[in-house]
Design a protein around this ligand. Structure first.
Ligand code: GDP
Length: 445
């Protein structure tokens, strides 16, 4: 997601950063490139025009200020404009302020990820907000829909409303609210039926359910991969039913990002959450400032820290950090670190969040990002003796041969692992000498 846009925009800033002061032509040329980059990312034309106009107005007359080059100054202007286009800084939270049971209405086209997202939200509210959630499927058209929601509900350990054959959607909505009132649920998630495209019958049914359930949230689920179609779908649903927020799914795919950038301007509705995969925990809050940083290759440190603190064993990472700072980092620690990284998910997703890594990822291509390399390293380390792991320097030719055959790898692979370990160890020694302050200085320069 956003990879292409990110690559193209950083090209524009690199070009500008070499200049001392910007001429009108420089700015015009940069704006032309930004415009092309956004159109290529499938951002809606009126949004692109408005975006470029704003950036252009602010960019004219940018000079070298203190330590900031004109390229950096324009990057900052583009960053601000991106945040604005994405809906302004800060995530827009789900509404939990109404009197319980709070009804949430899930709407959208078939295949957008509505049912999966309903379960993801139930899981999210249950785990993060400690809410008691009831899931109810109102899809009486697709034969397996109600069963699908029931299975997902079991998976996330949330209750789903028992199915009564032959009951119509409006009746199911009434029953769900009644059960929720009697049994003290905080939130009721009503998963409505979708169609392949928007039609009158679909809208009418959703309106009827809305009038009965009086939802505190009407969340539209759209597939980011459908680009501008997602924005048109949102516009129609907003006009006909009124939506309070958008959940954009398949943000883990290679969509170009146009839908996310056009959504707020075209529909007025905020993107509240994004789906980042098929698993039930692959749901994230949408922070425009973090997304803008990612697009500009500045990384998403806040997101990375959050993800790490959710998945990584705190004690284990503190132990590793201490050893690293002392400059005592052996192959056991390296293996432990690989384990932690594996827990956080795909390397490519993690790299997206790291400053400057987006560009590097592009250069590496997909092959090098394969986590199987890390898994092989773990296998190689497990074929070493205790002494070898503690003191990798003793690993000479004959030991290398033994380790390679024990782990089903080659001597070259063992060499590569040792080289990587050496690099890490010497980097840590340097960190250790510099101390934390020195590190900060290095990071900033
Ligand atoms: P519905 O017809 O709108 O209810 O769609 P479903 O919830 O059945 O989802 C359709 C497919 O999309 C399923 O295979 C889901 O696992 C998948 N899906 C849903 N959300 C995401 C997401 O954020 N990322 C990815 N990669 N797949 C998703």
């Amino acid at each position: 997601m956003f990879d292409r846009l990110s690559g193209k925009l950083s090209g524009v800033f690199d070009g500008l950063s070499k200049r001392g002061a910007l001429s009108v032509e420089d700015v015009n040329e940069a704006m032309r490139e930004i415009r092309l980059a956004m159109l290529d990312a499938d951002v809606a034309l009126p949004v692109v025009k408005d975006f470029v106009k704003k950036v252009q107005e602010k960019s004219v007359g940018q000079e070298v200020l203190h330590n900031i080059s004109p390229g950096q100054a324009i990057a900052k202007i583009v960053n601000d404009a991106l945040i604005e286009a994405l809906g302004g800084a800060g995530a827009v939270p789900l509404n939990l302020n109404a009197v319980p049971p709070i009804p949430y209405l899930m709407v959208g086209l078939q295949g957008s990820g509505k049912t999966t997202t309903s379960a993801k939200i139930a899981y999210y509210l249950n785990r993060r907000e400690r809410k008691k959630v009831l899931l109810a499927s109102l899809d009486t058209y697709r034969p397996a829909a109600q069963l699908q929601l029931e299975q997902l509900a079991n998976q996330v350990k949330v209750t789903s409303l028992p199915v009564i054959e032959g009951q119509m959607p409006v009746q199911i909505a009434k029953r769900a609210m009644e059960v929720a009132r009697l049994e003290g649920y905080d939130v009721v998630i009503l998963d409505t039926a979708g169609r392949l495209s928007i039609d009158e019958a679909l809208m009418e049914e959703v309106q009827n359910i809305r009038d009965v359930a009086k939802p505190a949230e009407t969340l539209l689920v759209v597939d980011a991969m459908t680009g501008q179609d997602a924005v048109h779908t949102a516009k129609s649903f907003n006009e006909k039913v009124g939506i309070t927020g958008v959940v954009m799914t398949r943000m883990d795919g290679d969509a170009r990002g146009g839908a996310a950038l056009s959504m707020r301007a075209i529909t007025g509705a905020p993107i509240k959450l994004v789906g980042m995969g098929e698993k039930v925990d692959a749901l994230q809050e949408f922070y425009p400032e973090r997304v803008a940083s990612r697009i500009l290759g500045l990384g998403d440190i806040a997101g990375l820290v959050e993800k790490a603190s959710e998945t990584i064993d705190q004690e284990e990472s503190e132990r590793l950090a201490k050893k690293m700072l002392k400059g005592k980092f052996d192959l056991n620690d390296y293996a432990a670190q690989i384990g932690q990284i594996n827990k956080m998910g795909s390397i490519s997703n993690i790299m997206d969040m790291m400053p400057g890594m987006g560009k590097m990822k592009e250069k590496l291509g997909d092959k090098e990002l394969d986590t199987s390399i890390l898994k092989r390293h773990q296998a190689i380390i497990s074929s070493m003796t205790k002494a070898e792991r503690k003191q990798p320097a003793i690993i000479k030719a004959s030991r290398k041969k033994r380790i390679a055959s024990g782990s089903g790898s080659t001597v070259q692979e063992v060499n590569r692992l040792l080289k990587q370990y050496d690099q890490m160890a010497s980097m840590m020694k340097r960190f250790n000498k510099l101390g934390v302050k020195g590190l900060m200085r290095q990071g900033l320069s």
